[in-house]
Ligand binder design. Structure first.
Ligand SMILES: Cc1cc2nc3c(=O)[nH]c(=O)nc-3n(C[C@H](O)[C@H](O)[C@H](O)COP(=O)(O)OP(=O)(O)OC[C@H]3O[C@@H](n4cnc5c(N)ncnc54)[C@H](O)[C@@H]3O)c2cc1C
Ligand code: SF4
Length: 466
């Protein structure tokens, strides 16, 4: 299947310029570009793109409205399945989801579904409307723990069903990883995240920041003393992993979470703020996912020579293709098939380098990817001042420890059924807290499924009481 119109290229900041600033890399489509790109869609009878979207957005229907120029109608269609289109349009791994399955991709370039979603989402933020229908207040209260995509999606759907929803967030800013993890140059905080959250405020959702559930209040006190009918836990997976190698306690070794939180949430890149952040002359980031790409590109923008060290080959890099492409354009060095064995320190206790071994790919492991095997005698050192570990994260155990009857599995993830019900009655969970580190769209989908389950639970509870 081919299309005569080539995929409309999206305008981006020049790579040499953007490697020195924190402004958004991608400018997105203007009206004309979006309309032209939308006309490429074949409106397939059995749209494979919809099946491949984790929340099954009616993609051909919204694209048809963009082609007609009725963006409000397009926004309504997306709002039926997604509450965060401006965000998902920017960060979803479309190349492995909707666009990866688009029929036009078989012989040519798939429809730019993500860029069109972003265009519609941004239009909605600028013009209002398209937020979905709201039912009358039903008098029932639900507490949401965490304001990441899982919590926001759950809160949004419950508010539309008429629930009185309060979101409790441990940090001083709302948005979870969207504000403390993903950098400004990929996802603008004021222009996009804060405004998506304002849409929820418009639905009547209340937000309480600086509240650590499990410390300031507990799940039990919310349900038993504060009168919440149900609780949704969307507390994410914010606990970083390290390699367990010699030298990891040296000054200059940090987790990607800490590094990115300083840069993003605490604005270390902005001279107006006092937040300290150290990059030295050369930074090595260990890992190959989106987190690693964000950390290495942030280090580059802070003035360091920045290198990715990853133990598999480029084909196995778990990061979004677009992020790898952008990182390369910005001058990031990639050292593939390389694994650290030891962090080297100076006599003052600071990082001076990292010892590595070369790897080669062996048989596929349980993830289906070919597993890396050490090449004997291949040790070598890389000089650097900072090592950033971006090796994945797991859920914080605080809620498990402070909530009676809440089961977790051996990875520390909360155990739920398919709908999001935990082992504790009236308590539901979703997102990274349940799956471990995953994606924005999966977290959002889990929050929406749990909202439906919470509605069923609360209705059942009050029917029984009648
Ligand atoms: C740097 C980085 C880049 C990423 N890039 C992408 C990407 O490009 N595309 C993509 O799809 N995904 C990406 N991800 C993954 C994605 O961001 C997560 O899968 C998603 O944010 C998970 O959403 P969540 O709502 O489950 O948790 P989170 O976003 O982690 O939100 C959880 C929230 O709960 C709060 N919280 C935790 N404990 C408590 C408590 N006890 N009381 C009150 N509040 C609490 C936290 O402070 C946080 O705000 C990235 C992740 C990181 C770290
Ligand atoms: S698969 Fe591609 S061409 Fe077909 S409906 Fe989806 S976006 Fe349009």
């Amino acid at each position: 299947m081919a299309n005569k119109i080539p995929r409309v290229a999206v305008r981006e900041q020049d790579s040499a310029v953007r490697a020195t600033n924190f402004e958004e890399v991608c400018y997105g489509y203007n009206d004309e570009e979006a309309r032209l790109e939308a006309t490429r869609c074949l409106a397939c009878k059995r749209p494979r793109c919809v099946e491949a979207c984790p929340v099954n957005i009616n993609i051909p229907a919204f694209i048809a409205e963009v082609a007609k120029g009725d963006i409000a109608a397009a926004a309504e269609i997306i709002a039926a399945d997604s509450s965060l289109p401006s965000i998902c349009g920017r960060v979803c791994p479309q190349e492995t989801q909707c666009e990866g399955s688009c029929v036009l991709g078989v012989k040519g370039e798939p429809v730019a579904i993500g860029k069109l979603e972003r265009y519609v989402g941004d239009w909605h933020l600028a013009h209002g409307g398209g937020g979905g229908r709201i039912a009358a207040a039903n008098g029932h209260r639900v507490a949401v723990v965490g304001s990441g995509p899982a919590g926001l999606a759950c809160a949004s759907d419950l508010a539309k069903m008429g629930y009185d929803v309060t979101v409790f967030e441990a940090l001083h800013k709302l948005g979870g990883v969207l504000v403390y993890g993903i950098p400004e140059f990929r996802l603008p905080k004021d222009k996009v995240v804060a405004r998506e959250i304002d849409t929820l405020r418009g639905l009547g959702v209340r937000f309480e920041t600086d509240v650590i559930v499990g410390r300031t209040v507990t799940v039990d006190s919310l349900m038993e003393e504060e009168g919440f009918d149900a609780v949704f836990i969307g507390s994410g997976a914010g606990l970083p992993r390290f390699m367990g190698i010699e030298g990891e306690n040296l000054n200059g070794v940090v987790s990607a979470n800490e590094f990115l939180t300083r840069a993003n949430l605490m604005h270390a890149y902005d001279e107006v703020y006092d937040t300290p952040i150290y990059v030295g002359k050369r930074v090595v980031v260990v890992g190959g996912g989106n987190v690693a790409m964000d950390a290495v590109r942030t280090a580059k923008r802070l003035g360091a020579e920045a290198t990715i060290v990853y133990r598999r080959s480029e084909a196995e890099l778990p990061a979004r293709r677009e992020e790898v492409h952008h990182a390369k354009e910005e001058g990031i060095e990639f050292r593939m098939l390389t694994n650290p064995t030891r962090v080297l320190g100076s006599d003052k206790g600071w990082v001076r380098g990292i010892s590595c071994v070369r790897m080669e790919l062996g048989e596929p492991d349980e993830s289906g990817r070919r597993s890396p095997v050490v090449v004997e005698g291949s040790d070598f050192d890389i000089e650097c001042d900072v090592v950033i570990m971006a090796l994945g994260t797991s859920p914080n155990p605080l809620l498990k420890r402070t909530t009676a009857g809440l089961e977790t599995n051996r990875r520390g993830c909360i155990v739920t059924d398919d709908a999001g019900a935990t082992t504790r009655q009236g308590v539901f969970a979703g997102g990274d807290a349940v799956t471990g580190a995953a994606t924005v769209i999966l977290a959002m989908g889990a929050g929406r499924r749990a909202a439906r389950a919470i509605d069923g639970y609360v209705r059942g509870k009050y029917q029984e009481e009648k």
